[in-house]
Design a protein around this ligand. Structure first.
Ligand SMILES: Nc1ncnc2c1ncn2[C@@H]1O[C@H](COP(=O)(O)OP(=O)(O)O)[C@@H](O)[C@H]1O
Ligand SMILES: [Mg+2]
Length: 233
């Protein structure tokens, strides 16, 4: 009866083991994120935000519970399927931008398209740079760009393949308020224009403000979800 959500975490736990130590980073977390929405994860350092994002991006897997993308559990995919999922359906933006320093802005955006064998890679990369307002900076090298511009290039790159899920881990953490706000506006626009499911970890009040859904985390658990919805389906 109900539609399958784009992304669902169902009773997910993840414990890191270092030698004899066990660190319960996520403890029975359930969350739903729909297409075309921005969900912000809030909470102090160490509460499990990055762990949750890595699970949602199929870069890591739960010890128990399920991460479902369009109803398919990431734990049930083989290596080939995982590579395809990560390359085509998930985009990542990091606090530290992670641009390749020896490639131009345009080449950074084009690279994932080339790897995916996209014939129209240059055209699409130009479209994305235009979309983030940097159409005139394609030939600039990363070191010639401001932090805010680098992060906008990183957003363009993350959206190269029109991913269903866009994951941003503290994307404004290294930016001043004005450039941070521009990046946040782009993330909100990514949800609108591309129908992406945007998952954002943040400390910033401004970032929380652009989100459709705010998830308050503490010690590996979800404390509150605003606006509240009725539990996992
Ligand atoms: N790769 C790892 N190995 C061991 N412990 C980790 C690892 N990643 C995170 N942790 C621990 O898991 C908990 C949650 O961390 P994290 O998800 O990075 O939180 P946040 O992103 O909210 O700061 C913390 O106690 C952290 O120290
Ligand atoms: Mg983190």
């Amino acid at each position: 009866m109900s539609n399958t959500p784009r992304l669902e975490l169902r009773n997910v736990s993840r414990t890191y083991r270092i030698d004899e130590q066990r660190i319960p980073a996520l403890d029975r977390v359930s969350l739903i994120a729909e297409a075309g929405t921005v969900t912000a994860l809030l909470g102090r350092s160490g509460c499990g935000k990055s762990t949750l994002l890595n699970l949602a991006g199929a870069m890591d897997f739960p010890d128990s519970g399920d991460v479902l993308i369009d109803g398919q559990s990431t734990s049930g995919l083989n290596e080939r399927e995982l590579t395809k999922l990560r390359r085509h359906r998930i985009g990542f933006v990091f606090q530290s931008f992670q641009l390749l320093p020896t490639l131009s802005a345009l080449e950074n955006v084009e690279l994932p398209l080339l790897i995916a064998g996209e014939r129209r890679s240059t055209v699409i990369a130009r479209e994305r740079l235009d979309w983030v307002g940097l159409g005139d900076r394609g030939s600039s090298m990363p070191h010639q760009l401001s932090g805010g511009q680098m992060q906008r290039v990183a957003v363009a790159r993350a959206l190269a393949q029109r991913p269903e899920i866009l994951i941003a881990d503290e994307p404004t953490g290294n930016l001043d308020t004005a450039s941070g706000d521009q990046v946040l506006e782009l993330l909100a626009k990514a949800a609108r224009d591309f129908g992406a499911t945007v998952l954002l970890a943040t400390h910033s009040v401004e970032a929380a403000a652009i989100a459709n859904v705010r998830v308050r985390m503490r010690d590996g658990r979800i404390e509150a979800i605003e606006p509240a919805y009725v539990g996992a389906r």
